[in-house]
Design a protein around this ligand. Structure first.
Ligand code: ATP
Length: 253
């Protein structure tokens, strides 16, 4: 188990009126592999990852990524830093082709990478060739080769999810956050996705929110359990399975 801390939150709290969705959470994510957050509906999982990727602002507390305080950083800036969120709320442009969808992520990323490069900036952007290569590479990586010209909304649902992963990968993440990736997928699609996530995790840190315990225990090396906005347990899948509080509040129900 790797022990280099990639991300940590310090007393992270998010309140909505009288409701505390995330309550004084000190969450640690270590470099390498797959980390899953589980917990019953309304536990605060999505709110926590929204805070991590900057879509939601904390009521109090701080967040550090690779030792740097990113608490006041916008979500767009956090993508450049390497924190990329995908799923649950789809980010696909349904009326654009699959190529165009991935190309948008590629263009944004390559342009950002060129910002410090005076010559490239003045010659005007990124070559079409470079974009094509990146799009093909990322579509291939998720097993979606040959769909470039297809309009995204006409893809089967499972393939739209894969397209979204390709878009996430095109942003060259250091931390890829997958929010309920298997939701709505058939058993065979889930098996393919498990394999894909495992492959991705060889080069990218993965943070997974997932209700399917089979998927969690199959994939994750580390599991955090939330309930009522707080972390109630952390550990390896087998430690979590044996934890009586987790069994009572979640696994047993
Ligand atoms: P699920 O597994 O059902 O997606 P979750 O663990 O992801 O649940 P959250 O979506 O983070 O839980 O919600 C935690 C609590 O915060 C819930 O009670 C939810 O109703 C509330 N909440 C989340 N977002 C908002 C919001 N924008 N405004 C008000 N309350 C919210």
């Amino acid at each position: 188990m790797a022990t280099i801390k990639l991300l940590r939150t310090q007393n992270f709290t998010r309140q909505y009126g009288g409701l505390i969705a995330v309550n004084d959470v000190n969450f640690n994510l270590f470099e390498g592999g797959i980390h899953a957050i589980i917990g019953p509906n309304g536990a605060g999982k999505t709110t926590l990852v929204s805070l991590i990727c900057g879509r939601t602002i904390p009521s109090s507390g701080r967040i550090y990524f690779k030792g740097k305080d990113i608490t006041s950083m916008s979500s767009a800036k956090r993508v450049q830093e390497g924190i990329v969120y995908t799923f649950q709320v789809t980010s696909i442009f349904g009326n654009l082709s699959c190529y165009e969808n991935v190309a948008l992520s590629v263009q944004r990323t390559l342009k950002e990478n060129l910002k410090g490069n005076f010559l490239s900036r003045n010659l005007g952007l990124v070559s079409e060739n470079e974009i094509e290569n990146e799009v093909s590479k990322n579509l291939l990586r998720v097993g979606l080769e040959g769909v470039e010209s297809q309009i995204a909304s006409t893809l089967p649902y499972g393939h739209q999810k894969l397209l979204e992963v390709a878009m996430g990968l095109a942003s060259r993440p250091e931390l890829l956050i997958l929010d309920e990736p298997t939701q709505g997928l058939a058993e065979s699609e889930i098996n393919n996705l498990i394999q894909l996530i495992r492959d991705i995790s060889k080069s990218v840190n993965v943070l997974l929110i997932e209700h399917n315990m089979g998927v969690v225990f199959n994939l994750a090396e580390h599991v955090t359990v939330m309930n009522n906005g707080s972390i109630i347990a952390e550990g390896t899948p087998s430690e979590i399975e044996e934890n009586s509080e987790v069994q009572d509040t979640y696994l047993g129900c």
